[in-house]
Design a protein around this ligand. Structure first.
Ligand code: ZN
Length: 272
């Protein structure tokens, strides 16, 4: 690290849990961010300001005036630009150091199979159930931790899905792909702008902790925020041994008590 980096990152380096080693891990790390919208905005900004060395941003969409109410990485002078490109510019305006790769694309299975193995952590900031499952499946296949957030209206949720070691659930254990929610998008439903800021900031925090080697306390927990009452619900979520995505290929022996999945799966928010 040079003198400018020591200065720029000093308030992180001062933290005992991070220090020079943690900062160096961020400088050497690669984060993959799916979606550069409401959740992706604070994620991109905080990963960028923290100095995460490589950030790959995927978004197929362009910046629209209706986005600027909450998608704070974009700006009025970047209207109509691809969101991934605009977000890269937003990071560079604060910290030009990270190598940001903007990809103007939809996150399909083939692209994810190319990108997820290269990443140290994946952040799902997408806005639909199908993409969430594609991202989750790629993270399970390639053994990468997934920091997942969602927000719609006044409600939001957050978790970390880390199926490595077979201890914790993946996204599909909690929200089975064959039980899709009614498609709800903030284009129709609306979303309270700071809610995506709250959840996106928490996603960035969890990703930074994972990258710094501090781990995350969120695997196996689903945090749900009622933004009207400002109340958090902290649900324990279990791995489903029969999960179509991460389930064991062979049945558990009868003597082994199987963990029970959440009996009433919470409803996934799908918008951002
Ligand atoms: Zn699973």
């Amino acid at each position: 690290m040079n003198d400018e980096q020591l200065l720029r990152y000093s308030r992180h380096i001062l933290l005992d849990d991070i220090g020079i080693d943690g900062q160096q891990r961020w400088l050497d790390a690669h984060a993959l961010v799916i979606g550069a919208g409401g959740l992706g905005s604070p994620v991109a900004l905080y990963l960028g300001t923290a100095g995460v060395g490589r950030i790959t941003l995927i978004d197929h969409d362009r910046v629209d005036l209706t986005n600027l109410q909450r998608q704070i990485v974009h700006s009025l002078d970047r209207l109509d630009q691809p969101k991934a490109v605009s977000a890269a510019a937003g990071i560079a305006a604060i910290n030009p150091e990270p190598r940001v790769r903007p990809l103007i694309a939809r996150a399909d299975a083939a692209l994810l199979d190319e990108l997820v193995p290269q990443a140290d952590v994946v952040l799902d900031c997408s806005d639909n159930f199908q993409t969430r499952h594609l991202v989750n499946a790629a993270c399970v296949r390639h053994g990468k931790p997934l920091v997942s957030g969602a927000a719609l209206g006044f409600d939001a949720q957050l978790s970390v899905y880390d199926s490595r070691g077979g201890r914790f659930p993946c996204y599909a254990c909690v929200f089975p792909a064959d039980q899709p929610p009614p498609e709800q998008r903030c284009a129709v439903m609306g979303v309270l702008a700071p809610l995506v800021g709250i959840i996106g900031s928490m996603q960035a925090a969890e990703a930074l902790k994972l990258l710094a080697g501090m781990g995350s306390a969120l695997p196996g927990r689903l945090l749900m925020l009622d933004g009207r009452r400002m109340e958090w619900t902290d649900l324990q979520v279990m791995r489903d041994p029969h999960c179509a995505c991460c389930g064991a290929p062979v049945p558990l022996p009868p003597s082994t008590p199987a963990p029970t999945p959440a009996s009433t799966p919470p409803s996934p928010s799908t918008a951002q």
